[in-house]
Design a protein around this ligand. Structure first.
Ligand code: AMP
Ligand code: GLY
Length: 440
């Protein structure tokens, strides 16, 4: 069968790379793709938000399954549009994608369905938000301010001081995040270790993937501004077998019951960003897609056929799917353009990718372009370099060895990806069995 993957980042490179290993895949297209993706898929220059052109391409090329990477087309209703035209797609419809597209909808869904999450209040008016802050700010705890809508990962401000919280509220209401910031949540600050739990879902059954952990801050020791993700590793040792069983019960199964009772329908990946607090696992956010860069760490550990599993999700037969995982942990280091997440210069030639690959690492492309036949940096996050190892120190050493072979002017990467995993000890002990809820 021929496949269309929508997106052009490191996540989509990892998805295309894994799908290309499936005996069920004849040809893979990626829209718009990138130079790295072009080694495993044919790139077609259609932007991810151009739903009509993507559907036309899928119809004209008899695409058997379209897989959507980013949230923007999902929140804009790409899955509904494809289904209306009889096109098979992996990704939830617009109503369910609001679990990511509106943080208010998402938090209210969690409360309605008993999913543990931080306490929150919603404001549509700046002065009311500021008064609430003045009355509730506890300098020992801090507070979190969130723009309601999609803001490319920038709409969440973790404020340790009342001044920072005020600034965050002012910037949301001043239009810094466009429409996304018209409504604002003020949330209790949670403390603990974070983990990303991704699961396949067909609306009746949920199948968790291996756990992972992202590094969101730009600098070593989790310092500096938030980014799209500076690296990831899998599994996340904080997610022990017993914790995973608790997450399955209090988050994944309640999510499944919730989407059934609220008739949201769901086919695709549900991503729960979890904070492991003293009171147990709590959900920071839901995303309705694969994580980036978690996918670049998780998929290289998947031994099963990803296409087979995605087709099962699209066809509502996920209960028959049992995913097998490589026991070896993985570490993925993201290499970024100097200055990211602020402004950065593009167009520098990248050298050493082939040497890094020859060392056994997988080099996923994100912000790269071809210029005069040479690969150059063209985005903030440029490459994700993944290696598996016999244990986490070995995976760290292999991925950093490969990273050291790659260079371009201004290149930057964190030096401490997966160090938190070392501090936490042994990898997860068990994974939960697939469980089915409701009628198939
Ligand atoms: P989100 O996009 O909602 O996941 O938020 C981005 C990041 O902000 C999360 O990965 C956390 O590191 C942090 N964050 C979000 N909500 C909270 C919270 N209630 N308490 C502490 N940190 C948070
Ligand atoms: N790694 C965070 C995200 O994909 O949203």
């Amino acid at each position: 069968m021929d496949i269309l993957v929508v997106g052009g980042g490191g996540r989509e490179h990892a998805i295309c790379w894994k799908l290309s290993q499936s005996p069920l895949a004849r040809k893979i297209y990626c829209a718009p793709g990138n130079p790295g993706i072009s080694s495993v898929a044919e790139c077609v220059p259609i932007p991810v938000a151009d739903i009509a052109s993507l559907a036309k391409f899928a119809r004209e090329n008899s695409i058997g399954l379209t897989v959507v990477g980013p949230e923007v087309p999902l929140c804009a209703g790409i899955a509904d549009s494809f289904k209306e035209q009889g096109l098979k797609i992996f990704g939830p419809g617009k109503a369910a994608a609001a679990l990511e597209g509106s943080k208010i909808f998402s938090k209210q869904f969690m409360n309605r369905n008993g999913i543990p999450t931080a306490k929150f209040n919603v404001f549509e008016n700046k002065n009311e938000a500021l008064s609430h802050l003045d009355a509730n700010f506890d300098p020992r705890a801090g507070i979190v301010v969130k723009a309601d809508g999609l803001a490319a990962g920038k709409g969440v401000i973790v404020a340790k001081t009342i001044e920072d919280a005020r600034k965050a509220i002012e910037s949301c209401f001043s239009g810094e995040f466009g429409d996304a910031g018209r409504k604002v949540l003020i949330e209790e600050m949670l403390l603990g270790e974070e983990a990303s739990i991704l699961a396949l879902c067909d609306g009746n059954c949920i199948v968790p993937l291996a756990s992972s952990q992202d590094h969101k801050r730009a600098g070593d020791g989790d310092s500096g501004p938030n980014t799209g993700g500076m690296g990831a590793y899998s599994p996340a040792p904080v997610v022990t077998g017993s914790l995973m069983a608790e997450i399955d019960e209090t988050v994944l199964q309640r999510f499944l019951r919730g989407i059934q009772e609220e008739k949201l329908g769901y086919c695709g990946i549900i991503y729960a960003g979890i904070m492991v607090t003293k009171k147990g696992p709590m959900v920071l956010e839901f995303n309705v897609r694969f994580g980036d860069p978690e996918t670049q760490a998780v998929l290289p550990r998947l031994k099963s056929d990803l296409l087979d599993a995605m087709l099962a999700a699209a066809d509502g037969r996920l209960s028959g799917v049992n995913l097998l995982w490589d026991e070896r942990p993985s570490v993925s280091v993201v290499m970024v353009s100097g200055g990211y997440p602020g402004s950065y210069k593009k167009g520098f030639q990248i050298s050493g990718i082939a040497d890094a690959q020859a060392s056994g690492a997988i080099v996923f492309h994100a912000g790269t372009s071809l210029r005069d036949g040479k690969i150059v940096n063209s985005g903030g996050r440029v490459l994700a370099v993944t290696a598996l190892g016999r244990d986490i120190p070995d995976a760290i050493s292999k991925s950093y060895k490969a990273v050291s072979m790659i260079s371009w002017e201004g290149e930057f990467h964190r030096k401490d990806i997966a160090q938190r995993a070392l501090a936490l000890g042994a990898p997860e002990a068990a994974r939960p069995a697939n469980r089915q809820t409701g009628k198939p």
